[in-house]
Design a protein around this ligand. Structure first.
Ligand code: NAP
Length: 276
């Protein structure tokens, strides 16, 4: 298996372009799934307070016997924890639950525009970064207006925006807005719940390369310039999802996959989602 290329953030830090997502992993299955991913070669683990498995993330890290600086850890501040005091408490709680003294990346999980607290939350993340509790800071589910506002009001550009991207929701404009600010895009639900696995562009590329539909889609993300964090509890699929660096999609195959964009979301609309 070829090694995973790094990307470099606008703050100079680096992150693997492909990592392991922890959403929906139950307390019971999370430690084993994350440990298996680390053994297979994943070095980026994407967690969040709301996933309820930060303690298991820490358990897997310790069981892996990898050094702390070999692993890139992300967590996220949940919607109900936005605002100065709560954000600080949330990051401190995540550090304690995982059992580490610094996080590589902390994201604001959703903008929740109706609460209008994301600028204050962003200012708090800047403070936590300056204090060294967090190495890099970013956002998730932010649109171009939200990005512009936090940058305009604080001068601090997020290193990354984690957003839903898959063949049925290609987010061309938002990806361009991120690229213009040198913000890395990290695709969540990168496989799009399998919606396009049987489509002709994916099937044809899979037949030509001998790869699976999931591998074709993950490779498409890489060639588009996205980073991504697929999740699987199945060690064989975990390994397959990493095994995408030994082939390339042709320009024609990339163009064919571009036609699958329907603007259809798997997840909620960030403009209205609050999680209440
Ligand atoms: N920031 C946000 O708001 C947000 C929202 C959603 C997700 N995320 C993050 O993004 C990560 C990934 O998104 P996701 O978990 O929704 O979806 P995903 O990674 O696109 O897909 C996971 C699903 O695909 C299956 N799968 C994985 N590899 C496969 C393969 N090679 N072939 C066939 N099926 C495969 C998995 O089943 P098995 O386990 O059975 O293999 C699972 O049901 C999350 O875990 C989380 O870390 C962030």
């Amino acid at each position: 298996m070829n090694s995973i290329p790094d990307v470099t953030f606008n703050d100079g830090q680096t992150m693997p372009s492909l990592g392991f997502g922890c959403w929906t992993l139950s307390e019971k299955e999370a430690a084993a799934a994350i440990l298996s991913a680390l053994k297979i070669g994943y070095r980026l683990i994407d967690g969040a307070y709301i996933y309820g498995n930060e303690a298991q993330m820490g358990e897997a890290l310790r069981a892996s016997e990898l050094k702390r600086d070999e692993i890139f850890l992300t967590t996220k501040v949940w919607n109900a924890d936005q605002g100065r005091g709560k954000t600080r408490a949330s990051v401190e709680r995540s550090l304690k639950a995982i059992g580490v003294d610094q996080l590589n990346l902390v994201l604001i999980h959703w903008p929740v525009p109706k609460n209008d607290l994301y600028v204050e939350t962003w200012q708090t993340l800047i403070e936590l970064k300056n204090e060294g509790l967090v190495r890099s800071i970013g956002v998730s589910n932010f649109n171009a207006d939200h990005l512009e506002r936090i940058i305009g009001e604080t001068g601090e550009v997020p290193v990354l925006n984690q957003i839903e991207v898959n063949p049925a929701l290609q987010q061309t404009e938002l990806r361009a807005a991120c690229a213009a600010q040198n913000i890395i895009v990290q695709a969540w639900t990168p496989l799009g719940n399998g919606r396009n696995f049987d489509s002709a562009p994916i099937r044809d590329a899979a037949a030509r390369t001998g790869k699976s539909p999931a591998q074709i889609i993950l490779r498409w993300h890489m060639q588009l310039g996205n980073t991504t964090i697929p999740r699987s509890t199945n060690p064989k699929r975990q390994a397959d999802n990493l095994d995408i660096f030994d082939f390339e999609l042709t320009a024609d195959e990339m163009s064919a996959i571009a036609t699958l964009d329907e603007g259809v979301r798997c997840g909620p609309d960030p403009l209205v989602f609050s999680g209440d």
